[in-house]
Design a binder for this molecule. Structure first.
Ligand SMILES: [Zn+2]
Length: 137
């Protein structure tokens, strides 16, 4: 019994932290107007410009994700721009065939996974878009 209580106590800490900075979520169709920030069009036809760090913007500008049903976690800003969480927080998902898939990139040659498009740092080949189910929901 005592063991069980200890387990709950240790679990409570990360949960409390997550609640403090709980991200907002937006979901819609990803559009990539040339030369402008990526925009999410929500099902009720609101247009939400998206911003984030360089790696996040790399994903949002990836042509392979144009028109995707995208969910982004982050914080709305007063100017109406939605700040997507930093790339290491894995804040972007594609909804496809009823699955919520994490956006990743994969080098088949080196078996290296990255989270932004570009060339593999090992073999310099272009990485492939690889949508995958998160390891834990
Ligand atoms: Zn490689």
């Amino acid at each position: 019994m005592r063991r069980r209580q200890l387990l709950f106590a240790s679990l409570a800490v990360p949960l409390a932290c997550a609640a403090e900075t709980r991200p907002a979520a937006v979901r819609g169709r990803l559009t990539q107007p040339g030369g402008k920030p990526p925009i999410l069009e929500t099902p009720d036809h609101k247009f939400i410009p998206l911003d984030g760090d360089a790696a996040t913007l790399g994903v949002l500008r990836d042509k392979r994700l144009a028109e995707a049903d995208l969910e982004a976690l982050g914080q709305p800003s007063p100017g109406g721009v939605f700040q997507v969480g930093p790339i290491h927080t894995k804040a972007m998902f594609v909804h496809k065939d009823g699955n919520r898939l994490l956006i990743t990139y994969w080098c088949d040659v080196c078996s290296i996974r990255t989270y932004t498009p570009g060339i593999c740092w090992c073999c310099q080949e272009e990485t492939a878009l690889d949508l995958r189910k998160p390891e834990k929901e």
